[in-house]
Design a protein around this ligand. Structure first.
Ligand SMILES: Nc1ncnc2c1ncn2[C@@H]1O[C@H](COP(=O)(O)OP(=O)(O)O)[C@@H](O)[C@H]1O
Ligand SMILES: [Mg+2]
Length: 296
């Protein structure tokens, strides 16, 4: 998972990383869940919500998650059982019931994680690179299964009360809740286990980048996730004029700060500010070179 503030280089570094693993023969899928997906732009092809091979890169597929598609699949997967349970209590048309439940807090985010997990589990890929939405949204995504679970905790009680007052005997709703809770717990276990997931934080050496990173690292820790890689992007290494020298001086203390705070518990990687935008396979290969060096 690549996370970080908007515009710091998540898509750039995740695309270069995906290219890297594809190049060393790992079957790789890169997924973007950003509402303004830019994988299409960076790979210079139309990607969209179904997996597509990336031309010019063997072993690499790409996918841009569409929230409407995620919702459609949710309804397909859970719609019938949601309706079966609800129809024991209320008499409403199928679509109204399912649409209503689909709007419950956390369901969409929960299912986004499940959607990614499905791709992990189907075993067609050795490596899945997830270019996440800007930091706040990612945290929301990871925090929600927790809140969703807390939300569900009261549901059986409410249901039992309703059931008793209506003198109903069926309890499929409880089973649905149980299966959702299991789904949610599985998802949290999966994403919280460093054996499965590596969280790579991307930042830039400026106050806003550094402060935001601190918050993200702390918040992820609260969800039991350790950040073990930090990419410092846009680093000026070879200034050829007063303007760039001044910016390099501006960056220096922030870079030192990051090394001081995280150098002993994370791998920090500096990515130089390049004189061009990173677009297309050729440019991405250059970024790959900076990120992975000669070590393959
Ligand atoms: N090291 C770099 N040098 C020069 N341009 C860069 C570098 N990293 C990213 N960029 C450019 O910065 C812009 C934002 O990068 P992007 O990866 O889309 O950020 P994010 O996905 O975090 O919003 C893009 O136009 C990209 O080409
Ligand atoms: Mg992006």
């Amino acid at each position: 998972m690549f996370g970080g503030k908007g515009g710091v280089g998540k898509t750039t570094t995740s695309a270069a990383t995906a290219l890297h693993y594809a190049r060393i023969s790992r079957k790789t899928l890169i997924i973007s869940s950003d509402l303004t997906p830019s994988l299409s732009d960076i790979f210079e092809m139309e990607i969209g919500p179904t997996e597509k091979p990336v031309p010019g890169a063997q072993n690499l597929h790409a996918l841009e998650i569409d929230p409407d598609e995620v919702m459609r699949r949710w309804k397909e997967k859970f719609g019938p059982e949601v309706y079966a349970a609800a129809s024991a209590l209320i008499d409403l048309p199928y679509d109204e019931v399912v649409d209503y439940v689909a709007m419950a807090p956390g369901i969409q985010e929960e299912f986004m994680l499940d959607y990614i997990l499905e791709r992990v589990r189907d075993g067609r890929y050795d490596m899945i690179i997830w270019d996440t939405a800007p930091a706040g949204d990612t945290l929301r995504l990871l925090g929600l299964p927790q809140r969703f679970l807390e939300h569900l905790r009261v549901a059986p009680k409410v249901y039992l009360e309703v059931r008793d007052s209506f003198k109903l005997s069926r309890t499929p709703f409880l089973e649905i809740i149980r299966s959702w809770r299991e789904l949610s717990e599985q998802t949290m276990r999966f994403f919280g286990d460093p054996a499965n997931v590596e969280f790579i934080l991307v930042t830039i050496p400026e106050a806003l980048g550094v402060y935001q990173s601190r918050r993200v690292i702390r918040d992820l820790q609260q969800h039991g996730l350790d950040v073990r890689y930090l990419i410092i992007n846009d680093v000026i290494v070879d200034p050829n004029g007063a303007f760039l020298r001044q910016r390099m001086e501006m960056q220096r203390p922030y870079i030192e700060m990051l090394y001081e705070e995280y150098g002993d518990r994370m791998t920090l990687v500096k990515l130089p500010l390049l004189p061009y935008e990173v677009k297309g396979i050729e440019r991405l290969r250059e970024v790959e070179g900076f990120l992975f060096g000669g070590e393959g």
